[in-house]
Design a protein around this ligand. Structure first.
Ligand SMILES: C[S@@+](CC[C@H](N)C(=O)[O-])C[C@H]1O[C@@H](n2cnc3c(N)ncnc32)[C@H](O)[C@@H]1O
Length: 362
């Protein structure tokens, strides 16, 4: 992720999620694992009915907390679908396993395996548990702890590959209560329930038992209608011409999107991306004051999902400090405004009206 950002002009950044994988079972204390982390233990791994092993919050975990930071035990290249590369993949895994300490090798073999013979067990484990390492290369890694995290269609945590650390990080994207399950999404965003379930069954081999899937039929219908609207809004917002032609309409679509994300309890990267989009719409049209506020929200969302020091965090921080250095600055110039005109002393509602330009003539 960082990975969920995109350019409204389509000229930079990427789309899609790193969160596409499968995962496993067994009860290991994180201290038993060779996951190099000095973080306090915020979770336990234990079994949960219908889901195998699961990561459970050991205490209340506030939004934005880094729950886990872990190196991959095995790394996998991006494309391994034909039979020749399947053979190479098996060899690659065997070589890596033979170089691991015996205890790590043993732990690896306790991970969940969705693939029966003749798929070699180690290959099945990798396919079941691999998490993306990069949105660009499709490469993936198997982790002794992160691969224990189950999927939810409304996850409370997010996995990101942190290239500068060379580790995966798991951050809380909502406040998580003690004893609740910590979950991530294995899917791309904005899929209605039938598609989510079909994909989880076909690509990951399980029937999802998450809370979002289990709501009553009337709520499912409403949720799917919201997802449909989110897909439409997302397409319209990513049309760069629209941002120049109709910046106000675009801005309001982003606001609507944020409301729908909240209703669907989809936080993390999607919120980050929405604020980045709002920043771009506004800066393209010369609104430095609003752009600064959107950059602040974008930066705050990056920190929640990724923490400080990532490429995205550095970039977002720079835009907070100097929004006008953005490549889109002034491209449309519909709304001229200096950098120093953020209104002070307004209540939240009034400030929101100013920010989203819901007052005529501002
Ligand atoms: C990567 S593993 C996750 C950890 C795994 N539960 C374990 O026991 O090690 C993925 C597997 O966990 C189970 N799982 C994950 N999320 C689930 C969900 N929402 N509903 C049902 N089973 C789930 C499925 O068996 C899936 O193949």
């Amino acid at each position: 992720m960082g990975e969920m950002q995109r350019s409204i002009t389509g000229s930079d950044q990427t789309r899609g999620t790193q969160s596409s994988h499968n995962t496993p079972p067994v009860s290991l204390s994180p201290s038993q694992l060779d996951a190099p982390t000095n973080l306090p233990q915020l979770y336990h791994i234990r079994s949960l009915q219908g889901k195998g092993q699961a990561m459970i919050a050991a205490c209340n975990i506030p939004k934005g907390t880094r729950i886990l930071c872990e190196s991959p035990t095995i790394t996998l290249p991006g494309n391994s679908h034909d039979s020749a590369s399947a053979l190479l993949l098996a060899q690659l895994i065997t070589t890596q396993l033979s170089n691991l300490p015996a205890i790590t090798n043993k732990h690896f073999h306790t991970l969940h395996n969705n693939y029966p013979p003749p798929t070699p067990a180690a290959v099945g484990i990798c396919k079941t548990n691999a998490l993306p390492l990069s949105h660009e290369s499709l490469s993936a890694g198997v982790f002794l702890t992160a691969s224990r995290i189950n999927h939810s269609c409304a996850p409370n945590a997010q996995n990101i590959w942190n290239a500068s650390l060379g580790k995966i990080t798991i951050h809380a994207v909502r406040d998580i209560d003690a004893d609740s399950e910590i979950t991530i999404s294995y899917l791309e965003p904005f899929l209605p329930r039938p598609e989510r379930r079909a994909k989880l069954a076909s690509a990951f081999g399980f029937d999802c038992v998450c809370k979002r899937c289990a709501v009553p039929p009337a709520q499912i219908k409403q949720s799917d209608a919201r997802v449909e609207r989110l897909v439409k809004l997302d397409g319209e917002i990513s049309d760069g011409h629209r941002a120049v032609r109709d910046p106000l309409g675009c801005l309001w679509k982003i606001k609507e999107m944020l409301g729908l994300l909240e209703k669907e309890r989809l936080g993390g990267s999607m919120v980050l991306r929405a604020y980045y989009d709002a920043f771009q719409v506004v800066i393209a049209n010369g609104k430095e004051a609003r752009a600064k506020v959107f950059a602040e929200r974008w930066y705050a969302s990056v920190i929640v999902v990724e923490g400080e020091g990532t490429k995205d965090a550095v970039r977002a921080k720079r835009m907070v400090e100097r929004p006008a250095v953005h490549v889109l600055f002034g491209m449309g110039m519909r709304w001229k405004q200096g950098a120093g005109k953020i209104p002070r002393g307004l209540g939240e509602e009034e400030f929101g009206k100013w920010l989203w330009r819901e007052k005529v003539g501002v």
